[in-house]
Design a protein around this ligand. Structure first.
Ligand code: PSV
Ligand code: MN
Length: 388
């Protein structure tokens, strides 16, 4: 008998996880970016690679773009290409961290010319969203300062609000802005949007179409991320996840690799707060594959999210509620851990086959010949990468 009920399976069937276009390009550290045969040279090839992940998992129907990395002349043509590959174009990520002008800030910059340039970049992103049919504009800001006293932090918050308001006012009816926070890096003393509270405070003043983006790698070690998930869902402001995992800093490793139990705890709160398969709460990956193969790295990632969602759905909420209201500490913990320790992989493999998918998407991709084909075809040109 399957460990997963028909109700759980039909919930899982709805799951959708957006892939980042940059995961298919080369990436690395400041020490070295290693090239890989077959790496896409442009966004068309990135979209084709992303489509492979969806083909073998039915979990990843959309691809997030990064501007200007994925800029093209004809977005209608890119949209058609995505459509032919069976995916859609998703979140548009802005970029205010690679231009000389942004050395001391962008949306918070005290020079009006530079701040306007950063605002205009977001207007351009919204124009692109109109052409691609994307709903979400994701804003992650690198700005902050490196030394105490370097900047007036308060004035920067005020300018940030003003900039975000101008961007927000440009959004279409069905479009949203999600503001991502990160506690440090590249700024080392203060960051203008360092935590969920700051992101929440900024988006709350903008309006209903502005939400918080929670990147799981953007917290200090030991942070109780599931508490933040609970609170943002409670406040109706959790707009999206950037899933990945970390050992030390913003490692952007495969989600569920460093701490599978943390992923379970997060998904338990997502389900508790009504955030699963809820269009208001977008699931995305934000990862880089510095040394492992990229397409299988993304396949592994979406499967990890699916497997942990299945375990979280197995949680016996009635038994947990009974133990909680009896203050049965050990009983509650047993119910919680029983779900976490249930191996759902055989049941998911069986279910995949019943839906016409391969039981083992990793093996099926490896046997498909796609990798060999792109390695042979993608000769010449400049390989795409994070930051280019
Ligand atoms: C930089 O830390 C970062 O990883 C953010 O998490 C963004 O979501 C991503 O880059 C894309 O800009
Ligand atoms: Mn992110």
């Amino acid at each position: 008998m399957s460990t997963l009920s028909p109700e759980i399976l039909s919930t899982l069937e709805e799951q959708a996880i957006e892939l980042p276009s940059w995961a298919f390009g080369n990436s690395g550290t400041r020490f070295r970016v290693f090239g890989t045969p077959g790496t896409p040279r442009d966004v068309y090839e990135k979209v084709s690679d992303a489509a492979q992940v969806n083909r073998f998992t039915a979990l990843a129907p959309s691809v997030a773009l990064h501007i200007p990395w994925d800029k093209v002349d004809d977005y209608a043509a890119l949209r058609r290409h995505a459509d032919e590959e069976g995916v859609t174009l998703g979140t548009v990520n802005s970029n205010t961290f690679q231009d000389e002008d942004y050395k001391f800030g962008a949306l918070t910059h005290e020079d009006d010319r530079i701040r306007q340039k950063a605002i205009d970049h977001h207007f351009e992103c919204i124009d692109i969203m109109d052409a691609t049919g994307s709903r979400d504009l994701k804003i992650w800001l690198a700005e902050g300062s490196n030394y105490p006293g370097q900047n007036d932090m308060r004035a920067r918050q005020d300018r940030l609000h003003d900039s975000l308001q101008q961007i927000y006012d440009r959004l279409g009816e069905a479009q949203r802005l999600v503001l991502e926070y990160k506690f440090f890096e590249p700024s080392f003393y203060h960051t203008d949007v360092p935590d969920w509270g700051t992101s929440y405070a900024q988006v709350a003043t903008l309006g209903d179409k502005a939400m918080v983006c929670l990147d799981t790698g953007h917290h200090a070690p030991g942070t109780n991320i599931e508490f933040i998930v609970m609170q943002l869902l409670r406040l109706g402001k959790l707009g999206s996840f950037d899933f990945n995992s970390r050992f030390y800093a913003d490692d952007d490793l495969i989600v569920g690799a460093a701490d599978p139990f943390q992923l379970f705890r997060i998904l338990v709160e997502v389900i508790r707060g009504g955030g699963l398969n809820n269009p208001d709460v977008a699931f995305m990956l934000d990862q880089c594959h510095n040394i492992e193969a990229k397409i299988p790295g993304q396949i592994r990632s979406v499967l990890n999210v699916q497997e942990m969602t299945a375990r979280a759905l197995l949680l016996d909420r009635d038994a947990l509620a009974a133990a909680q209201s009896a203050n049965d500490v050990l009983g509650a913990q047993k119910v919680y851990m029983d779900a976490f320790y249930t191996d759902v992989r055989p049941a998911l493999a069986q279910w995949r086959e019943s839906r016409g998918l391969d039981a083992d998407p990793m093996a099926a991709y490896a046997a498909s010949g796609y990798q060999e084909r792109v390695e042979a075809d993608r000769v010449g040109g400049a390989q795409a990468g994070w930051g280019a």
